[in-house]
Design a protein around this ligand. Structure first.
Ligand code: AHR
Length: 483
């Protein structure tokens, strides 16, 4: 089948932030995996685990959302500053009732960002915290001059303010973040944002309001109506559940029938409809598209791995997850005019992660390799395509620095697909071509076999006067750059 690309037509910029990540104080998502502490036997720099940080640096994580999630609305930031031995130990009531020693706090988060080269996306506590507490946290982090909180920051060893790029005011406020009605939340949001200080006039903090759960269109409508002019972005949460239902029978991460492969793909594609419909509602109040949709929680959610703590949301990651990642990233790219940031849940050891760790070992997941291949689209210009797309295939194209990159996913469980891209005459040679594929639906990496599913060079594409043609194996993601 033939798809005509139109690189001559100028498209929106694909924000690098749609390749963003999320790490919560949840299970092994931070402790033991990102943060091991300075005294750990596991090699680290200032407490940050070196093997994990080095792997993440290769995919250029642009932004990291923290400290939650549900945890954010129970988190009191003052518990996580000052000498380690004086930090308050609390119970993480959302995630397994385990003890949280607050050793990973504000200073450690910014150290991790520094090592990753990522920007900050902090989620405030508006569920059980106060307006003053939120305002003082922003003061602590960003006030350059003399002030009580800036002085406290200096006492704790940090002279200069940090830069907070994004700030979330509310997480799932319709549910675990306060069970609020959208009308009530809109007023709470307006109040909190009023007292959020902006000390760095050249770099104002970007404000994200809590948006809808999945298809709660009334939430979007109400928050846009009452609070739209006070916010920069509104979030959307949507997870890919194989059976589409919550509870203890969501489906297994590795041991699943083919029908669940298919239903997972169908569910992942639903993201397109959600973004389209929420964005149409936003258009009513914001036709200029000043306000962005921020998909700050997405990814697969399966039953937890057998034998692990149910509160830790630990799951394996297969070639099926890689398909879900590619489908979603292609959708975000297509909606680049509205979607400015997305944060996959979650970066390490939790839900659809990039990396799994066990003791001092780590493995990269199939999802990691999709993020690695898709980096070429970061901050590139979206390129439109016209023509019929083969069944079970999705693609996205972009151009940057005189090169055109196309990412194509064939999520068919059995059949390979022939695809031909035309309209790309100015480009004369293949610059690079990578593929991620596997021959089993549940292929994945393990600590004994860490390279079962890895990105490889792809030789199945040809570029000539007729266009760029390729034969895509089933269950594959391919990224090709032409120059
Ligand atoms: O990502 C896990 C949880 O999912 C988050 O804490 C919460 O916001 C969502 O329900």
């Amino acid at each position: 089948m033939t798809i005509e690309l139109v690189p001559q037509k100028s498209g929106p910029q694909i924000s690098k932030y749609i390749y963003g990540q999320f790490s919560e104080h949840l299970g092994n998502g931070i402790y033991g995996s990102l943060y091991v502490g300075k005294n750990s036997k596991i090699p680290n720099v200032n407490g940050m685990r070196s093997d994990v940080v080095n792997a993440l640096k290769k995919i250029h994580v642009p932004v990291l959302r923290w400290p939650g999630g549900l945890f954010a609305d129970t988190y009191h930031w003052v518990d996580g500053i000052g000498p380690m031995d004086t930090r308050k130990k609390i119970v993480n009531t959302n995630w397994g009732d385990v003890t949280e020693n607050n050793h990973f706090g504000t200073h450690e988060y910014f150290e991790l960002l520094h090592q990753l080269g990522a920007d900050a996306y902090i989620n405030a506590n508006i569920g059980s915290g106060t307006v003053q507490e939120m305002a003082e946290w922003v003061e602590y982090m960003t006030m350059p001059g003399e002030s009580p909180m800036a002085n406290l920051r200096r006492k704790n060893g940090r002279q200069d303010p940090w830069r907070v790029k994004f700030f979330g005011i509310g997480n799932e406020s319709w549910g675990g973040g306060g069970n609020m009605r959208p009308e009530y939340y809109s007023d709470v949001y307006r109040q909190y944002q009023t007292f959020m200080p902006q000390y760095d006039k050249d770099h104002p903090i970007y404000k994200v309001a809590c948006g809808p759960n999945e298809d709660d269109y009334n939430w979007t409508d109400t928050v846009m109506k009452y609070a739209g002019k006070y916010l920069d972005g509104i979030s959307l949460h949507f997870y890919t559940l194989p059976k589409g239902t919550w509870g203890q029978n969501k489906g297994d991460a590795t041991d699943f029938p083919e029908s669940e492969w298919d239903s997972t793909m169908t569910r992942a594609k639903h993201m397109d409809e959600l973004i389209t419909r929420h964005s149409t509602i936003m258009d009513k109040y914001d036709p200029e598209k000043r306000v962005n949709l921020i998909v700050d929680e997405w990814g697969t959610w399966f039953d937890v791995e057998k034998g692990t703590n149910p509160g830790f949301l630990h799951q394996q990651n297969t070639i099926r997850d890689a398909m879900v990642a590619a489908i979603n990233l292609n959708i975000f790219q297509k909606h680049a005019d509205r979607v400015y940031m997305a944060n996959i849940a979650q970066m390490v050891n939790v839900l659809q992660s990039m990396i799994l760790t066990k003791g001092d070992k780590m493995i990269k997941t199939p999802t990691y390799y999709v993020f690695d291949m898709y980096q070429k689209h970061m901050d590139a210009e979206f390129v439109e395509g016209v023509g019929e797309v083969p069944e079970n295939v999705t693609y996205a194209a972009s151009q940057k620095d005189g090169k055109l990159t196309i990412s194509i996913c064939n999520y068919d469980a059995h059949d390979s697909k022939d695809v031909n891209f035309v309209g790309i005459k100015p480009f004369k040679a293949i610059d690079s071509a990578k593929i991620l594929t596997a021959n089993k639906l549940d292929a994945h990496n393990t600590f004994d076999d860490p390279d079962e599913v890895v990105e490889k060079d792809f030789s199945g594409a040809t570029l000539n006067d007729e266009g760029l043609s390729m034969d895509l194996p089933s269950k594959s993601v391919v990224t090709i750059t032409v120059k």
